[in-house]
Design a protein. Structure first.
Length: 276
């Protein structure tokens, strides 16, 4: 027993040290976001001499953060709402339909999960260009929905398989229509996994940079926060005294959201592992 506890303590220490190691870049970003550029270069590991928010205010106004936040919120909300509406319907239909066609459809839907995004991002960009949606908000939203849909359907599909079909059969015997069965019985039972999907897709869309660069490109009016940070604060500009406050401001909403919703992520994943 003592040997097992000792092993657990050693593992806990290793995990703690690794966590500190991976947190250090974030801590250094926060600390150096309060320093002037020269002070940052000379005393990178030291605490700032003053904790003034002047650089945050300047970054907020100079680089149009209100518009960037508006764009990022638009992409996130529309994408997540579309996923929350369409993914449960598709997953439920595929899980309850016993046919080879439904198996093929399910395989086609989740196929993008099995292929690296980098392998087809160029052809995806060309497709969007041929549809005349490059540089537009609607083009990015459609691509985001398409990229988030496979994982959402996959997760909800596995959850539906664990929902007792007897509940639906009893409701059907009592005269309930398919729509009423779905909205009054099935959908409430999907709440744990649907919440998990919403949280994951919210974080993925808010923090997206590659897709925004590919579809929106240099269109300043349609950029999200991450793309704007990359375009304005790349290695060529070396404007790190504005870059770091911008990074901190972009991270705060996703960190707060993740901490607030963390228990729902765990609850959704574990609920899917319990057979009803």
């Amino acid at each position: 027993m003592m040997k097992q506890l000792k092993k657990i303590n050693i593992l806990a220490v290793i995990v703690f040290v690794c966590s500190i190691f991976w947190l250090m870049p974030l801590i250094l970003i926060f600390i150096n976001s309060f320093k002037p550029y020269n002070d940052m270069l000379q005393h990178f590991l030291a605490l700032p001499k003053s904790w003034s928010l002047d650089m945050y205010v300047e970054t907020w106004t100079k680089f149009g953060f209100p518009m960037l936040i508006k764009n990022t919120l638009l992409y996130t909300i529309v994408t997540v709402l579309a996923i929350a509406l369409l993914a449960p319907m598709a997953a439920y239909k595929l899980a309850r339909t016993k046919s080879k066609f439904s198996i093929v459809c399910f395989g086609i839907i989740i196929m993008p999960m099995m292929v690296p995004f980098q392998s087809y991002m160029i052809t995806l960009t060309r497709l969007v260009a041929n549809l005349d949606m490059i540089g537009t908000r609607r083009g990015l939203i459609l691509v985001n929905i398409g990229l988030c849909m496979p994982l959402a359907v996959y997760m909800i599909h596995g959850f539906v398989k664990n929902v007792p079909i007897e509940l639906e059969e009893c409701a059907r015997i009592d005269g309930a229509s398919p729509l009423r069965i779905y909205f009054n019985i099935v959908l409430p039972l999907l709440k744990p996994i649907l919440t998990t999907v919403v949280v994951l897709d919210t974080l993925a869309t808010w923090n997206d940079i590659i897709t925004n660069q590919l579809i929106v490109g240099g269109n300043a009016k349609a950029m999200n926060i991450q793309n704007a940070l990359y375009m304005q604060f790349s290695a060529q500009t070396a404007d790190w005294e504005h870059a770091l406050p911008g990074i901190v401001m972009s991270m705060i909403p996703s960190l707060v959201f993740f901490v607030a919703m963390q228990k729902h992520i765990v609850g959704g994943v574990t609920a899917g592992a319990v057979k009803g």
